[in-house]
Design a protein around this ligand. Structure first.
Ligand code: MN
Ligand code: MN
Length: 374
């Protein structure tokens, strides 16, 4: 008994691995204060559902209570593995983390979309638009999905086979003007994510799918390697992908690279909550939630972060390698307000009367948004 008590006094860490990964939570900056709820959820905490064609796991408002307006999914498809033809109410914003995928969809005029995406490419399927994803890389593909609804459930989408199983056979026969026996092989088990053969070559499938109605005029895929960064600074780069350069999108995004020590400057987003995902590196993010509430948390590869609309925040690279993270918004346009830019464009006497730095400091602030500081 004595031995156990001494042990607890000697080592107060109950889960040293997690404590070491989260220094901002257990020895955070002295400026943290109040009851700001957590805004981080590692995908590693999520249940991984495994199928013949791959696996998936999700982070929704049911896991991360603050994430009311967006949810995310990681999905791995093996080579040939298919995410069944399906649709859902929310829009689907996606980023290919590794490998290659074949994606298909149609628009509301029945025009076809078939394309291949690789690491760094993204896609957007608006709500209600039916689509599919298939792994075609040597090791299939691994990707991130973001939905503009915190309550989204990846395991309750409208699946082609689930629906057809729940329509009377005589109605199916009448719908397609064929005998009921046409549907005799319709599976009684859920398909969802299944192993399959590789698709035909892209041009063959595209030609077949687009017969009579043609192809969608604005593709659902976007190739980030074909755009120049919007922001290039000593501390890193930013690529903004929104309705200005990706016409079909209903969701805006920014892909941010921070070099070691660099800071995504103090800012906020007036038009929506920010759902973010860390692709690589080690960072800490500080959020101020008004009423004296402030909190800092640590982030690394595979972690989801969430910042409510107009809550000011900053992100710092605290590791020795680049940090790359994605910011996603459930609105078509990316918008942000920088603290420095605001102060630079407000009468300097007025600002000084708040923060007592002297007006020279205020007058010297960059008149254009820095975005990233080294
Ligand atoms: Mn989907
Ligand atoms: Mn932000």
């Amino acid at each position: 008994m004595t031995y156990i008590i001494l042990y607890l006094i000697d080592d107060l860490y109950f889960n040293k691995v997690l404590d070491d990964q989260n220094p901002a939570s257990n020895k955070g900056p002295g400026t943290d204060h109040g009851g700001q709820p957590p805004f981080k959820y590692p995908f590693s905490f999520a249940h991984k559902a495994v199928f013949s064609g791959g696996w998936t796991r999700q982070v929704t408002v049911r896991d991360l209570a603050i994430a009311k307006k967006a949810a995310g999914v990681q999905m791995k498809l093996i080579r040939g593995g298919v995410r069944e033809l399906h649709w859902h109410v929310s829009s689907e914003w996606a980023y290919t983390i590794s490998g290659q995928c074949r994606i298909t969809a149609i628009d509301t005029l029945g025009r076809a979309f078939v394309d291949d995406v690789k690491e760094g490419d993204l896609w957007l399927f608006p709500g209600g638009i039916p689509h599919s994803i298939q792994g075609i890389g040597d090791d299939g593909c691994f990707f991130l999905l973001v939905f503009n609804d915190g309550n989204f459930n990846e395991f309750e989408t409208f699946l082609l086979t689930d629906w057809l199983r729940h329509v009377p056979r005589d109605i199916l026969a009448k719908n397609f003007q064929v005998p009921e026996s046409t549907f005799a092989n319709l599976t009684h088990e859920e398909m969802y994510i299944f192993a399959s053969q590789m698709p035909r070559p892209l041009d063959v499938e595209r030609k077949q799918a687009s017969a009579v109605t043609g192809l969608v005029p604005n593709p659902f895929a976007f190739f980030t390697d074909k755009m120049k960064p919007n922001i290039t600074r000593n501390g890193g780069i930013v690529k903004v992908v929104d309705a200005r350069n990706f016409p079909v999108t209903t969701m805006a995004a920014a892909i941010v690279t921070l070099k070691p020590g660099a800071l995504r400057e103090l800012h906020w987003h007036p038009n929506d909550d920010e759902w973010n995902y860390f692709l690589k590196g080690k960072a800490r993010m500080g959020v101020f939630a008004s009423g004296g509430k402030a909190r800092t948390m640590n982030f690394e590869e595979g972690d989801v972060g969430y910042i409510e609309q107009s809550s000011p925040h900053w992100i710092e690279n605290i590791g020795t390698d680049d940090v790359v993270f994605i910011e996603v918004f459930g609105v078509p346009m990316f918008e942000s307000i920088s603290l420095a830019e605001w102060m630079a464009h407000t009468p300097s006497r007025l600002v000084d009367e708040h923060i007592f730095t002297g007006e020279d400091f205020i007058l010297a602030i960059n008149k254009t948004e820095a975005v990233i500081r080294p």
